[in-house]
Structure formats: structure tokens, C-alpha cells
Design a protein around this ligand. Structure first.
Ligand code: ZN
Ligand code: ZN
Length: 411
């Protein structure tokens, strides 16, 4: 028996006047999800707690049975792990922007002309940098997509209690990083970061990639601005926690990073770029292949597009994308010997264009579930289901129990 949790990122929503007071999920034509609801047990889920606006990261952490309030300090570590850096517990990790700074020290473009090419070469001259006075701290730096990158600090006496250097608006200098508590560690880390930002400009202002960009009239990527700090948590590996060999199929670096830090096997899918124009066919194939692998007992799947449409306020795009995902469901439903859980990690309502605390629908399909009367997959239909209202942190317990892999509590 295997377990599959499929999370449609940001699928939950609120009723929209334009849709006759239906949610995008209610308005979408989803025969397969509805069938799944009919043959499964349904409910609604608060990813963290009722009313808490979960991030994708904290929600996934919670659904996997880890306590986000204990292990989560920021998204940096997950972004770093998600692009393949081997982070270890205690590392301090940041997301970064390649930005453009003028000779007066003012940020003129936070995204360095939305740079696409050459960031690998630029990163090579930053990676393994030794900062004067902090030679004991290892600096690991790698480009991500576009103008994004990650920075990892490794060594003794550093802390995640520091502020961002990104000024958030153009026309200002990089923000001075300050320590957020009185510890020596935080003060040292703030000094390291300020030195890092300053040194990055010195190293990059005449970098060949940038000289070429300037020649072409493009903004150079001549300064690096870290933000989103977090300490890499010490997670009990998923396989140890549940005795299940696990794989993760995700599109965004953030969710891949969560899978990686939980010790899951990351499955790369060609064309799974996230967003609404991702390659769902390849994702489906990859899910089926992974489910057939005897070495895999649990799969975490995250599909990103509905969240993106929500953030962009694109109602029709969200409805259409949910309908596209519905075709993926028809294929997964055919996998035998599996408890299949379909849900979302939070709501991303069109009207809010960000995450909200509205609960999300959840279905569990499998050989021994107590099938209820719900026959439609939606935020409202799910309320009358047999699971009633659960929390994200209940999901793995329920799954382990259904799979008969739980230990009895008491005599
Ligand atoms: Zn999300
Ligand atoms: Zn989101």
C-alpha cells in the first residue's frame, strides 16, 4: 500500500460575484475530481490552524507532520535546498536578488534588467568567497532562475536573527543589515552580510558579463541583495519518522526544498516550470512512473499554477487551470493499492491576490475509507463530508492509520 498526497497550490478561493457567487473550483468543470469525491471521504482542512494565512512552505511542513512554529524560520533554507545546494542543519540561508547599483551606491534596478543569462558566470566569482575578517565562514552562492539566487553561510557563531538588505524600492541604497537581537552571533552575521553586499559590488562592477550588458544598454547585475533569512532546521527525515520511502514531485524551488530537507527523493520533471503553462502531461507520466517504483511508498506532489493565477487575480485562468489539473486526476485515480489524498495548501482568493486562512477541501480515496455522501469537489460540498474539519497536521496521522502503519497509543 502506498500513499500519495497531491497538493494543488492555492486552489481554495472565496465566492466571486462574477461567477454567480461560486468559487473558481465550484465554477470549474471537474468530472474527475467530483468522481474522486464520490468514491472517497471528504472534509475541509485548515493547513495550520483556522484563520492562519499559511505560506506554501509552512503549510507543506504542517501537512508532512512537522511543526512549522518549531522548524520554520524563513524560506531561505528551502530555496537553497530546492536548487540543489546540500545544506546542513545550522546553515544560515538567504534568497538573493541580482540587482543594479550606480556609482553613488543607489539601487537603480532591483532585478538587474530581469537578467536571464550569465548569472552562472557571475555566481562563480561569488561562490567560495572569503570575506576579510570572517575567513572562518564558508560562503556558498548559487544562481536560481532569472534575477534570483541563494546564499548560504556556514560556520560557527552565526545567527538567523538579522534583517534584509533589499531596500524593496529603487532609488535607495542597499538597506544596512542589522541584528534583530542582542546576541554576538546576530551582530557578527549582520557584519558579514553588510560586508558581503559591499564586496559583491566590488567584485561584480567590472565583471565581463556586466561589461557586456552595459555595452548592450542593459542593467548590470553588479550587486547582490540577500533577504528571506532562515536557519536550516534539523528535521527528522520523513523516512525515519514514518518508515516510508518518499519521493517529491514539485515545480517550485520552495517545495522541492522542503522535500529535500525532509530527505525525500526529488523527481525532476521536464517542462514542469510552475505557473499555468506547465507541462501537466510530463508531470502525470512522472507520477505514474514513480508510483510503479517498488522503492517508493509515498509521493508528495505539488502543482503550482492555481496559486499563480490567484496571485495575479486571473479568475478565468484559475478556473481553466483547475480544469486542466482535473485530467491529471483521472490518471492518478487508476493507480491501484494506494491511498490518494487530494487537497490544497491554502486558499489564494482572486479577490485578495494573496493567501488567506480560508480552509481548503480534502478528499481521501482508498480501499478502506468510509465513503460519504459528498459527490462534488469544492470548498462548500466538502463541509458535509465524513472527515469533517481537520488540520494539516492531522493528515499524516490519518494516512498512516488507514495504511495500518500506525502504532497504538496506550494498551
Ligand atoms: Zn502554496
Ligand atoms: Zn502563493
Amino acid at each position: 500500500m502506498k500513499g500519495i498526497i497531491m497538493i494543488i497550490d492555492g486552489m481554495g478561493d472565496r465566492p466571486l460575484k462574477e461567477l454567480g457567487y461560486k468559487t473558481p473550483l465550484e465554477a470549474a468543470n471537474t468530472p474527475n475530481m467530483d468522481k474522486l469525491a464520490e468514491i472517497g471521504i471528504n472534509g475541509i482542512m485548515d493547513p495550520i490552524r483556522p484563520g492562519i494565512r499559511a505560506g506554501s512552505d509552512t503549510s507543506h511542513i504542517s501537512i508532512l507532520g512537522y511543526d512549522p512554529y518549531e522548524v520554520y524560520t524563513g524560506r531561505g533554507p528551502f530555496e537553497a535546498a530546492g536548487i540543489g545546494l546540500e545544506v546542513i542543519a545550522g546553515d544560515i540561508a538567504f534568497r538573493c536578488n541580482f540587482s543594479t547599483q550606480d556609482e553613488n551606491g543607489i539601487i537603480t534596478d532591483r532585478r538587474a534588467g530581469r537578467i536571464r543569462e550569465g548569472t552562472e558566470k557571475i555566481s562563480e566569482s561569488i561562490n567560495n568567497l572569503k570575506l576579510e575578517g570572517f575567513e572562518d565562514i564558508e560562503i556558498i552562492f548559487k544562481e536560481s532562475t532569472g534575477h534570483r539566487a541563494v546564499l548560504v553561510l556556514r560556520g560557527e557563531g552565526i545567527s538567523d536573527k538579522v534583517s534584509d538588505s533589499d531596500p524593496k524600492n529603487e532609488g535607495k541604497p542597499p538597506k544596512e543589515v542589522i541584528s534583530l537581537d542582542d546576541s554576538q552571533e546576530a551582530q557578527k552575521t549582520a557584519q558579514i552580510l553588510n560586508k558581503f553586499v559591499e564586496t559583491s559590488y566590488e567584485l561584480l562592477k567590472d565583471h565581463p558579463v556586466n561589461l557586456k550588458r552595459i555595452e548592450k544598454g542593459e542593467n548590470p547585475a553588479n550587486v547582490i541583495l540577500p533577504r528571506g533569512v532562515g536557519a536550516v532546521p534539523n528535521l527528522v527525515p520523513f523516512s525515519e519518522k514514518y518508515g516510508l520511502k518518499a519521493a517529491c514531485i514539485a515545480e517550485t524551488g520552495l517545495i522541492k526544498g522542503i522535500g529535500k530537507i525532509a530527505g525525500m527523493n526529488l523527481i525532476e520533471v521536464e517542462g514542469a516550470t510552475g505557473g499555468t503553462d506547465t507541462n501537466l502531461e510530463n508531470i502525470t507520466k512522472s507520477i505514474k512512473n514513480t508510483a510503479e517504483d517498488d522503492n517508493c511508498e509515498f509521493i508528495l506532489i505539488n502543482i503550482d499554477g492555481a496559486d499563480e493565477a490567484g496571485h495575479d487575480g486571473q479568475m478565468e485562468e484559475k478556473v481553466k487551470f483547475i480544469e486542466k489539473v482535473d485530467t491529471v486526476i483521472s490518471e492518478i485515480m487508476q493507480i491501484d493499492d494506494v491511498y490518494f489524498i487530494l487537497t490544497a495548501d491554502h486558499s489564494t482568493p482572486i479577490s485578495v491576490m494573496d493567501h488567506t486562512g480560508d480552509p481548503v477541501p480534502i478528499i481521501i480515496k482508498g480501499p478502506e475509507v468510509r465513503v460519504d455522501d459528498v459527490n462534488k469537489f469544492s470548498e462548500r460540498a466538502a463541509v458535509s463530508g465524513g472527515l469533517c474539519r481537520i488540520r494539516g497536521s492531522d493528515v499524516m496521522n490519518i494516512l498512516m492509520d488507514l495504511m495500518n502503519k500506525s502504532e497504538k497509543f496506550g494498551a
